[in-house]
Design a protein around this ligand. Structure first.
Ligand SMILES: Cc1cc2nc3c(=O)[nH]c(=O)nc-3n(C[C@H](O)[C@H](O)[C@H](O)COP(=O)(O)O)c2cc1C
Length: 343
């Protein structure tokens, strides 16, 4: 029997296939289906800093609204305890999902500022049973007065602030748009991350030409998007060492995608779009494909496969990438488009 077990963030998992943050994982009923279909762990959708702060402002508003009324009238206003906002609902859902799950449940925070009362939620997630916390750093560098160094320093402060609240492991989900990824990834680990999730997908809003409104649009990913995490995990695995967990996220749709992620050194491969497109049962297919590939290629275990094709074998990763780039450009023949290139 092929051994699919792996370790991620110090958690022992039955396989390397993890259900990354998605709406399905945020409802006890559908989270159960995701687990039953074979997810080795699941990540809840994110609780956003903005949601926590706006909830606190509403609570403040409610209490203040009552303050000018006399005591009897004030009893008509909801008390702080009865105000179950987004944060409370998130914690309750986490508790319910955790109580019914046999697999690790990872809670997710999405934030941009290190100061602020929202940081206490890291601890609350842990108290509600989260086996680990994933911190999603999602922001755009739109301020022309802030340098890359300023932005990175703020992110590192944020990671350290969340780390200081936690005893459970912390993963940080990054975007691919940092200017010096290898350096920054190391600093995130130094700031207290036990693992990195590579990468966050950025959703580009569209324009509605009838209303001239900005329209939010979620496009599910395509398998080709896996190449970006593959490249960076291959580069980072030897640099960060085996003790730092790495998760591939973006474009994992099949068992062979999982194989590729493991080959370059990922501990787990995360998937959302494939599950949203085909339903939780897609996880069973992915696992069966992974198992079949391992058997066909004489691997006894996932651990045997992990990291056998990363940059540890290339003496100079930058030169390796340049050579690859050149080879890729020269590999174009036009045959795919139905005509031959000149010469
Ligand atoms: C509808 C939808 C909701 C998502 N919600 C979250 C979220 O709350 N937090 C988060 O970190 N990522 C979220 N993601 C991103 C996914 O977790 C994942 O990183 C991304 O979709 C890339 O993986 P995929 O190619 O397997 O879809 C969401 C993705 C989709 C499609």
């Amino acid at each position: 029997m092929t051994d699919l077990t792996t370790t991620y963030l110090g958690l022992e998992l039955r396989s390397p296939i993890v259900a990354s943050a998605s709406p399905l994982n945020g409802e006890p009923e559908t989270a159960r289906q995701v687990e039953d279909a074979g997810a080795a762990a699941l990540v809840l959708p994110s609780l956003f800093e903005e949601e926590i702060l706006s909830e606190e402002m509403q609570v403040g508003g409610v209490l203040e609204a009552g303050s000018e009324h006399h005591a009897e009238a004030r009893s008509y206003f909801p008390t702080l305890d009865s105000f179950a906002g987004i944060g409370d609902r998130y914690l309750t859902t986490l508790e319910r999902i955790k109580a019914r799950s046999a697999i690790p449940v990872i809670a997710s925070l999405n934030a941009t500022t290190a100061t602020g009362s929202w940081v206490r939620y890291a601890e609350l997630l842990q108290d509600a049973g989260a086996d680990a916390v994933e911190l999603n750093l999602y922001h755009l560098a739109v301020d022309p007065h802030r340098t890359a160094t300023d932005m990175e320093a703020a992110d590192l402060e944020l990671v350290a602030a969340v780390r200081s609240r936690l005893d459970v492991p912390l993963a940080v989900k990054l975007s691919p748009y940092y200017s010096a990824m290898a350096n920054f990834a190391g600093k995130i680990v130094d700031a207290g991350a036990d693992g990195l999730v590579l990468f966050n997908r950025f959703y580009q809003p569209d324009l509605d030409l009838d209303t001239l409104d900005v329209v939010p649009r979620v496009e599910l990913s395509q398998p080709v998007e896996l190449r970006l995490p593959l490249r960076w995990i291959a580069i980072l695995r030897p640099q960060l060492g085996p003790e730092v967990s790495l998760a591939a996220s973006s474009g994992v749709h099949s068992g062979t995608d999982v194989v590729k992620a493991l080959l370059v050194g990922a501990d787990v491969a995360m998937t959302t779009s494939a599950v949203l497109r085909h339903g939780p049962a897609r996880l069973e297919v992915i696992e069966a494909e992974l198992r079949a590939w391992l058997v066909a290629n004489d691997y006894e275990s996932v651990r045997q496969l992990q990291g056998s094709a990363n940059h540890a074998t290339a003496g100079d990763p930058a030169a390796f990438e340049r050579t690859n780039y050149l080879k890729t450009l020269h590999s174009w023949t036009g045959a795919q488009e139905g005509f031959e290139s000149p010469g």
